[in-house]
Design a protein around this ligand. Sequence first.
Ligand SMILES: Nc1ncnc2c1ncn2[C@@H]1O[C@H](COP(=O)(O)OP(=O)(O)OP(=O)(O)O)[C@@H](O)[C@H]1O
Ligand SMILES: [Mg+2]
Length: 360
Amino acid sequence: MERVGIVGLPNAGKSSFFNFLTDNDVPAESFPFCTIEPNVGVLVVPDERVKILAKNEGSKKVVHPFVEIVDIAGLVKGASKGEGLGNQFLDHISKVDVIAHVVRVFESKTVSHPYQSVDPKRDIEIVETELILKDLETIQKRLEKRVKVARTGDRDAKREVELLEALQEFLSQGNRASKFPRRDEFEENLIRSLFLLTDKPQIFVFNVDELDEEKKKLIEDAIKDREEEYIIINVKLEEELKSLPEDEAELFRAEYNLPGNKKKEFFEKILKLLDLVRFLTATQNEARSWTIKRGATAYEAAGLIHSDIQKGFIKAEVIPFERYLEYGSFKKAREAGAVEAHGKDYVVREGDVIHFLFRA
Ligand SMILES: Nc1ncnc2c1ncn2[C@@H]1O[C@H](COP(=O)(O)OP(=O)(O)OP(=O)(O)O)[C@@H](O)[C@H]1O
Ligand SMILES: [Mg+2]
């Protein structure tokens, strides 16, 4: 399962964001470092299509797509050297697939700011610098090992050393590893094997009170020259609106100039960052919406569901959801010849309704 790690300065609203996204209740208090152990929860975002599928096919259960969310304690300047709660948190981040970077853009007299003022651009740079420093440490460690091997005349190790040094130089200039160009698979694999924090896809979560012109300007300045995804949200408000029906919540959001379902927006951006698509399956037992890497084959999709389905794979019967709707059931669609049979190599597309045939 894909994991999203929440990072940011203390009191940026990370735990509140975590609580909003997931159904776990973890303490969100207005003092720094209230989060000590990383909290893990699940973000489930309803896929309306699977409800329709369940109804048409008579499935007992509905399973929506989800990703894992990890709440990581606040980073401060010097975290890479063990300041604040330091290194252990940076280690937690290395295990996630995407970083959600919560940035404070809200004013508050009661919630202290570790650097006293609302300044998203500065705060992003502080966090990013710590992540880069941690990556430099990782690169340095690897370098030390490989230099020894390179001295023995090992050609791969020599190549590695050259690449690591170039990467080191690149990061030292304040660049994220994700921006480092890779010339071939060797370089791609080597860099991937380092699990660098700044090589992970990132989404900013600008946590505002309300979206007025001043806040808009602050956010624009902070993301200028960056190509990263972001959402703008009042995390505290959304946490409070969590139990309200969507239409009522929307009325409140309008007052803050922050319309739209933020959970859905966040989830869709995560899917995009991770390059995931959703496909649907339905049996008597359950209808389910699955996420899988774009480009994955029917064979891989089968494996995601169950190793037996993959092992005994015969064929995948596929119909795009939009077309499925025209027929109202898989059976009718099949009878009308609208379902296509595909082999193992078929590449799964967003919204495919798939029925796997396999030898038990
Ligand atoms: N948009 C907002 N407007 C006003 N207050 C907010 C907003 N977002 C969060 N807060 C408040 O800020 C305080 C700190 O939030 P939270 O505990 O989620 O921060 P955190 O980033 O998890 O901090 P830590 O690094 O200490 O774990 C809470 O009291 C929360 O209610
Ligand atoms: Mg917290």
